[in-house]
Design a protein around this ligand. Structure first.
Ligand code: NDP
Length: 319
């Protein structure tokens, strides 16, 4: 629970009553949540992620419907929730129980357990939406694609998805020690973050058919400059910076497209299709590769770690 203090906010594990949760029409027994970059910002009181206090943080969760006034859901249904401002302006997933609007829930695709759904979580859904965006633009299997922030949550799932789908995946990372991890996910080439970190030329040698960018800033500008004629970059994150110091040249001389990707308010049909696809593409072995498990007690430390880019892959939170 995050509560307002004179100094800003304080985080503690508390026992509260269901009456203190918002008035959603579906009550879910949460089995797993997960820890995303935005949860790190929220727990540390950064970027005004928590819009109203007190608030249970946790931007995603999966579990079993306990009670429902929504005709689309019945007790016993396995569900997953990501986005829609949950864990930001509506009490979220770091709790045994959540009350939410049924329209925000997705029934778990057949074959996915709540734990697997949270191994994917907001980050993995976003990775899938990035891949979908590249495909819709015509960047298809066999292409040379780059994933930035590759050892993080979105990045590691993106590497795995793209490699499973038959792309030739390069992984840009600032952590050379994660090279073996990234190769185990299917990356064929490791790109040192330093080679893309300094301001470069408006146009560089044409290298990438497509890219998934989770970091923004100068790195994204350099990725755009190195994207081949007609290529596209799906941009979803700001782990490095919120600015984009680029020029119009990649767009007007090379027909490069910058595709914005948001998972929070992603329309439901696209969201459902992405979850179904994630269930089809990823295997049990993939979940084991990208995931570690923590408990609520561990979250303050995980928040410290994720903000400095020190978390590998995905972190599921066992409730
Ligand atoms: P993680 O912290 O797990 O991954 C981010 C990765 O970025 C790090 O692991 C690191 O990878 C790299 N990184 C960190 N700091 C820097 C830096 N200063 N410069 C360059 N690279 C850096 O976070 P998530 O995967 O959960 O989220 C990634 C980004 O995507 C975040 O900005 C998040 O807000 C955003 N996001 C957006 C969503 C949307 O709907 N648009 C949904 C989910 C996430 P490495 O060590 O390999 O270099």
């Amino acid at each position: 629970m995050a509560r307002k203090t004179d100094a800003g906010q304080a985080i503690a594990i508390e026992t509260i009553t269901e009456a203190e949760l918002p008035a959603g029409d579906v009550t879910v027994d949460v089995e797993y949540s997960s820890f995303n970059y935005k949860d790190g910002l929220a727990l540390k009181g950064m970027s005004r992620i928590l819009r109203a206090l007190p608030m249970v943080p946790g931007i995603d969760f999966a579990g079993t419907v306990r009670a429902s006034d929504n005709p689309a859901f019945a007790p016993g249904d396995k569900v997953v929730l990501t986005g829609w401002g949950v864990g930001e302006n509506w009490s979220g997933g770091f709790a045994e129980r959540a009350k939410v609007k049924g329209e925000w829930l997705v029934k778990l695709p057949a074959g996915l357990t709540p734990r697997q759904a949270m191994a994917i979580g907001t980050a993995g859904l976003t990775a899938m939406l990035c891949v979908d965006a590249l495909e819709r633009y015509g960047i298809t299997e066999g292409g040379d694609v780059l994933v930035t922030g590759a050892a993080g949550g979105v990045g590691s799932v993106a590497v795995r998805l793209l490699s499973r789908l038959g792309y030739k995946v390069s992984a840009l990372t600032g952590r050379p020690a994660e090279a073996d991890f990234l190769k185990s996910l299917g990356a064929t080439d490791i790109v040192d973050r330093a080679t893309y970190a300094a301001a470069g030329k408006p146009l560089a040698g044409e290298r990438w058919h497509g890219a998934v960018d989770t970091v923004g800033g100068t790195i994204l500008a350099n990725v755009l400059a190195a994207t081949r004629y007609g290529g596209a970059v799906a941009a979803c994150g700001l782990a490095a910076a919120t600015d984009l110091p680029t020029t119009v040249f990649p767009f007007i001389l090379r027909n490069v497209a910058l595709l914005g990707v948001d998972s929070v308010n992603c329309p439901t049909p696209r969201r459902l299709a992405a979850w179904t696809r994630l269930g089809e593409i990823l295997t049990e072995a993939d979940f084991d590769l990208v995931t570690r498990e923590v408990t609520l007690e561990d979250l303050p430390q995980v928040a410290e770690d994720i903000i400095v880019g020190g978390v590998r892959g995905r972190t599921v939170v066992r409730i």
